[in-house]
Design a protein around this ligand. Sequence first.
Ligand SMILES: Nc1ncnc2c1ncn2[C@@H]1O[C@H](COP(=O)(O)OP(=O)(O)O)[C@@H](O)[C@H]1O
Ligand SMILES: [Mg+2]
Length: 364
Amino acid sequence: MYGKDKGGILQHPDGTVLKQLQPPPRGPREQEFYNKVYDSDCCDSILLELREYLPKYFGVWSPPTAPNDIYLKLEDVTRKFNKPCIMDVKIGQKSYDPYASAEKIQQQVSKYPLMEEIGFLVLGMRVYHVSSDSYETQNQHYGRSLTKETVKDGISKFFHSGYCLRKDVVAASIQKVEKILEWFEGQTQLNFYASSLLFVYEGSCQATTVRLSDVTLAEKRRVPKGLLSGGDVLEYNNNINVINSTENGKIEASVSKGLSKFYALHKKACSKRHHSQLSLKVENSEQDNVWKTSTCITQEHLNGNVLPQLEKVFYHVPAETKESANVEVRMIDFAHVFPSNTKDEGYIYGLKNLITVLQNILDN
Ligand SMILES: Nc1ncnc2c1ncn2[C@@H]1O[C@H](COP(=O)(O)OP(=O)(O)O)[C@@H](O)[C@H]1O
Ligand SMILES: [Mg+2]
């Protein structure tokens, strides 16, 4: 939401959002920024790469009846999601720009005095909860209440969708933030103040729920040993990840249900290719009974009586591997972007600390 009595960002059915231009100088500055980055004649590789981290820009739009009412027409980053979980995190050590008045500086600093030390601020979040089929939202006061000690738990709330911590989403988020950090490390032409990262992931597990029959199917379809080089993913059918190891001719697979444990398992599977057994981890379908069952079985067992035992079980596994979990991290809100000739150290500091916090969430 922005401005008193404003409706906030408008969602258009054509897959875009409309952001009303803010009063000068902020609105025109944001428009100028998008025009510069998306200039069709642009051949600056820094700006061309930056496009990857922004919503697509479709120019400005005005209602036919009010031509002076200007909106930026932007890609709706939440569009492809069924139940989007959304978090807006302001990045940087300073929320005020170099031209801010003493009064403005004071106002911004008092909003969150820890900005300098933490380097980011959660402006809001909306998390879909599978169990209640509802969204839990946090407003700006939530983020402002977070301290150095509580910010990790504060951020991790965003990744608690439904039954468990979505470590696959945390891992994918880290990778995306790291790409943005790399871009910042390589450019000295723009400095960003009071700009945000918008995190979006799929909260529903509709598309990722499979029955045991899919396990059987995947097992039947398995590619013969030795066809692929060691460590290659042989097959990924309906959430079953089969990893080959040619070193000892054994197959290793991880089947995880938990929207939580998938990443850890996958990582483990990738790093321990010498394993001679096939690890099959399952959990039963009781809501709070996550990861009760953890079975390590040999390949032969798969043809025996283990599978029928699991027939009652639902698997909830991320549809993709952790590298490609359905996560978007985009830079938004450019009302305070300025030309510069130095690296944006404040933004870089914030990104690094955010990555550290996300990594801590993943590790614990
Ligand atoms: N491209 C987008 N796609 C989807 N949601 C967006 C997009 N841009 C902004 N939003 C949503 O609108 C909110 C406000 O947008 P923002 O650009 O930060 O405006 P403001 O200048 O009012 O802070 C964001 O927190 C986010 O939830
Ligand atoms: Mg904003």
